[in-house]
Ligand binder design. Structure first.
Ligand code: BGC
Length: 716
C-alpha cells in the first residue's frame, strides 16, 4: 500500500533518483579499509554522486558501521531516503545452526522457526534489514554443491520449512518488532535442478513437474508473507529467469500473487549478455525491467542504462515507477522512514549476539539434525570404554559450513575438544591418521589394540559444498576410504562421523563401519551435539530429507519418482525389459525419511475411519506407535499416499503429512492424520490443480520405503 506520504516523496523524485533505488552496491564500496575503490566503481558504472543515490547495500553489518553509513547517506541524499541493508544470513548470524540440509533432517519446522528468529535477532541488532534466505529450491541432485543450502527433495517438507523460516525471520509485525528481518525467498525458479548438477547450468524441467514439485515451496514462502523474492541464475524454458517475463510477471506476480520486491541474484542481469539473450547491458536492463526485476544486485546494467532507456520510452518509465514504488513500500514496511536505524544498536548487539540462550538452541538444532545411518551394536558408546579418535576431521574447527561468514571458527569446539570436555582431558587417545598408514610404530599399534572403539572423523571440507562446488564424484576422498580399510583390519568397532554438505555415495563406507553418523556441518555447537549422541545423552532422531544414492550413476534419484510403464518390481532379476540398471539396484543406499534411533518403534493397527471421502468431508487415518526398545526416543511418523490413476502420471508415493512424537520405553500412542480432498489435488495437463475421483493407497511408517497397504476412494 502506498501511503500519501510515500506518494508525495515519490512525486519529488527525479528519474536519476528513481533509478538509484534499483541499484544495490556491495560492502567494498563503503569499506574504510579500501581507500581506492576505483575498480569496483568503474565496474558498476558508479560515480561519487550516484553512489549516494543507491537504494540498498549488500554485506555491511555491525551496528556502528550501519548507523554511520545510514547517517551519511541520509545527509547526502537530496530526499533523505534511507538505505536498505541486506546480507546472507542463511543458517545463523554469529550463532551458527546446522546447514539447511541438516536443519531439513530435523523434521521440526518449529525448531527451524526458532533458529530463524534468533538469526533475525542477532542480525537486526547489527543494523541489517533483509536476509537473502530462505533458499527453498527443491533438490534432487547431490552433485550440485548448493544442496547444502536446501532443505531437501520433498515439496511438502520444504513447504513447512519455507513457512517456518519466513515466519521466524519476519515475525508478525515487521514494522513494530525491530528484532526481525524481512525474508527473501530464493532462487526463483528451479535453480535446484541444474543439468548434470553443474552450478549455474541451464534447467530443463517440464512445466507439469515444475509446477507440481518446484513451485509449491516458493508459493508457501510468499503466502507466509516473504517481502522479497530473488531471481535465479538459470534458464526456465530456455530463457534466463532474470529476464523471463512470463515467469516473473505471469507466474510469480499474477498467479502466485507476489507483490513485494524482486531482486536479481548477484550479477544476474549482466549475465543475460553471456547467456546470449541480450546483446549488451542496455538490452539486458530492458529485459530485466520488463520482467519486473526491481533491484539489480551487482551488475551495471540498470546503473549504466536505465536513465537513458526510461527517458526514451514511456512504457519503461511506467515500469520503473512500479519498481520504485515496490522498493519504497518495503522501506515503509520496515519502518525506515520513521526510524532509519531500525534495530541497530551497539549495546543490544553485545548481548544479542552469540548469547547462551542462542547457543542452547544451536545445540538443540544440531542434536536434532544428526542422522544415525548405521549402528551394528556400536553405539551409544559406554562412558568407560576405551576410544581412540582419528581421521582428518578429528580436531577440526571447520564445522560451520559454507554460509557462516559471521561465525567464528575459533569459538567452535572441535570433536576432540568436545570429547575432552565430556570425558575429562586426554581420556580419549588421539592418533594422527597418517601414523596409522605408517603402521610401524609399535606404541600406536598397542594403543589401537587396547581400544574398544575407533572413532573416525571424516568428510568434505566446507569449501567442497556450497556455491560453485559441483562434483562428479561424491564419494569420500580416496585416502579416507583407505583409512577405513586399515582400521577395519584391527578387528575393533569402527564408528565414523561424517561432516559434509551433500548426500554422499557411501557404498564403500557402509561395509567398513559398525556405526555411521551423518553430522553435516552442524554449526557452533555441533561437536557437543555429536558427543551427546555418541554417548547416549540424546537419542538420535534425524531423518534424511534427501536420498543418499548407491552411486553417482543413479542420480537424479528421489523417493517420489513417477511410475513407469515397466516398473522393475513387476518382474524378477531375470526379466530384462523393465526400468532398471544392469549393474545396480534401483533403490538408494539410504532413503528419504530414513534415520536410526537407539530404540525401536513398532507400527500396528493402521486404521482408516472410512474408505470413501468426498470434498465435503475427510478421513481419519490412525496408527499405534509403540516404543519397543529400552530408551526414550523421538519418532517421526510419516504418512505417504499414492494416487493410483491420474490424468498425468503420478508419483509412486508422496509424503502428505508427518508428526513427531516422543515416547518413553514401552510407551505407545495412537497417532492421527486427517486426509481431505484438497490434499489429493495435483497439477493436471492444462496446469489446473484439482483432484480426480478414484482410488488412493496409503501407508504410515518410519520412512519412505514403507508399503502402502490401505486403500480409500475419493468420490466426486
Ligand atoms: C548467491 C545468492 C546470494 C547472493 C548474495 C549469489 O552468488 O547465488 O544465493 O544471496 O550471491 O550474496
Amino acid at each position: 500500500m502506498l501511503t500519501t506520504e510515500l506518494r508525495e516523496l515519490f512525486n519529488q523524485m527525479t528519474i536519476e533518483e528513481k533509478v538509484g533505488q534499483t541499484i544495490q552496491l556491495s560492502a567494498d564500496f563503503f569499506s574504510e579499509e579500501t581507500e581506492d575503490i576505483t575498480g569496483p566503481m568503474n565496474e558498476m558504472a558508479m560515480t561519487e554522486e550516484k553512489k549516494f543515490q543507491v537504494g540498498s547495500v549488500l554485506g555491511v553489518t555491525g551496528a556502528e558501521k550501519t548507523i554511520k553509513l545510514q547517517k551519511e547517506y541520509m545527509e547526502k541524499h537530496r530526499l533523505s531516503i534511507p538505505l536498505l541493508f541486506m546480507a546472507d544470513i542463511i543458517h545463523g548470524d554469529h550463532t551458527i545452526f546446522p546447514i539447511p540440509l541438516g536443519l531439513g533432517a530435523t523434521w521440526d519446522p518449529e525448531l527451524i522457526k526458532e533458529t530463524a528468529s534468533i538469526s533475525a535477532k542477532e542480525a537486526s541488532a547489527q543494523g541489517l534489514h533483509i536476509t537473502f534466505s530462505p533458499m527453498v529450491d527443491l533438490v534432487r541432485d547431490p552433485r550440485w554443491g548448493r544442496v547444502l543450502e536446501s532443505t531437501g527433495e520433498d515439496k511438502t517438507l520444504n513447504k513447512h520449512y519455507a513457512r517456518a523460516f519466513v515466519e521466524g525471520y519476519q515475525g508478525t509485525d515487521l514494522k513494530e518488532d525491530l528484532t526481525k528481518l524481512a525474508a527473501c525467498v530464493k532462487h526463483f525458479a528451479g535453480y535446484g535442478a541444474p543439468r548434470g548438477g553443474r552450478d549455474y547450468n541451464s534447467v530443463d524441467l517440464n512445466e507439469n513437474t515444475f509446477r507440481e514439485h518446484y513451485l509449491p515451496a516458493y508459493q508457501e514462502g510468499i503466502e507466509a508473507g516473504a517481502k522479497l523474492v530473488m531471481t535465479a541464475f538459470n534458464t526456465i524454458d530456455n530463457i534466463p529467469a532474470t529476464g523471463n517475463k512470463r515467469l516473473m510477471r505471469e507466474i510469480l506476480r499474477k498467479e502466485m500473487k507476489f507483490n513485494g520486491v524482486l531482486i536479481s541474484d548477484w550479477g544476474a542481469i549482466g549475465e543475460l549478455v553471456p547467456h546470449g539473450v541480450a546483446q549488451d547491458n542496455k538490452q539486458a536492463a530492458e529485459l530485466a525491467l520488463e520482467a519486473g526485476v526491481d533491484i539489480e544486485m551487482m551488475s551495471a546494467a540498470y546503473s549504466e542504462h536505465l536513465v537513458e532507456l526510461v527517458k526514451a520510452d514511456k512504457n519503461l518509465e511506467t515500469l520503473l515507477d512500479e519498481t520504485v514504488m515496490n522498493i519504497l513500500v518495503l522501506k515503509e514496511e520496515l519502518g525506515l522512514f520513521d526510524n532509519p536505524y531500525r534495530g541497530a544498536d551497539t549495546e543490544t548487539e553485545k548481548t544479542a549476539i552469540f548469547s547462551s540462550e542462542n547457543k542452547a538452541v544451536a545445540l538443540k538444532a544440531a542434536e536434532k539434525s544428526l542422522v544415525l545411518l548405521e549402528n551394528k551394536k556400536a553405539l551409544p558408546l559406554n562412558q568407560s570404554e576405551k576410544v581412540v579418535l582419528t581421521g582428518p576431521m578429528k580436531d577440526s574447527h571447520d564445522l560451520l559450513g559454507a554460509w557462516s561468514w559471521k561465525g567464528d571458527k575459533t569459538k567452535t569446539p572441535t570433536l576432540k575438544e568436545a570429547m575432552d570436555h565430556h570425558l575429562g582431558k586426554n581420556t580419549v587417545k588421539v592418533i594422527d591418521e597418517t601414523e596409522i598408514f605408517n603402521g610401524a610404530q609399535s606404541f600406536l599399534i598397542a594403543e589401537l589394540q587396547e581400544a574398544d572403539t575407533v572413532l573416525v572423523a571424516l568428510g568434505e571440507t566446507s569449501e567442497m559444498s556450497g556455491e560453485a562446488t559441483s562434483r562428479t564424484n561424491i564419494q569420500l576422498p580416496k585416502i579416507q576410504i583407505e583409512l577405513l580399510k586399515e582400521l577395519r583390519k584391527l578387528n575393533k568397532k569402527v564408528v565414523a562421523v561424517l561432516f559434509n554438505g551433500r548426500p554422499l555415495d557411501l557404498s564403500e563406507v557402509t561395509p567398513l563401519v559398525d556405526g555411521l553418523v551423518e553430522a553435516w556441518f552442524p554449526g557452533s555447537k555441533g561437536a557437543e551435539a555429536i558427543v551427546n549422541l555418541l554417548y547416549g545423552v540424546i537419542n538420535p532422531s534425524g531423518r534424511l530429507s534427501m536420498t543418499f544414492p548407491r552411486s553417482v550413476g543413479q542420480i537424479p534419484i528421489f523417493y517420489n519418482q513417477d511410475n513407469t510403464g515397466r516398473p522393475s518390481e513387476q518382474g524378477g532379476p531375470a526379466d530384462k525389459y523393465l526400468s532398471k540398471y544392469l549393474d545396480s539396484e534401483n533403490t538408494p543406499l539410504y532413503p528419504f525419511g530414513y534415520g536410526l534411533s537407539y530404540t525401536t518403534f513398532e507400527y500396528t493397527n493402521l486404521r482408516l475411519s472410512k474408505t470413501e471421502v468426498t470434498s465435503a468431508d475427510s478421513i481419519e487415518a490412525s496408527v499405534t506407535v509403540r516404543n519397543t526398545g529400552l530408551s526414550e526416543g523421538i519418532e517421526t511418523v510419516q504418512l505417504y499416499i499414492r494416487d493410483k490413476v491420474g490424468e498425468v502420471v503420478r508419483p509412486v508415493k508422496e509424503l502428505h503429512d508427518f508428526k513427531q512424537i516422543r515416547l518413553k520405553a514401552g510407551e505407545s500412542r495412537i497417532v492421527n492424520f486427517t486426509i481431505s480432498e484438497d490434499q489429493l489435488r495435483y497439477t493436471h495437463a492444462d496446469h489446473t490443480v484439482k483432484s480426480d475421483a478414484g482410488e488412493f493407497l496409503l501407508g504410515i511408517g518410519a520412512d519412505s520405503t514403507i508399503e502402502l497397504t490401505h486403500s480409500f476412494n475419493l468420490i466426486n
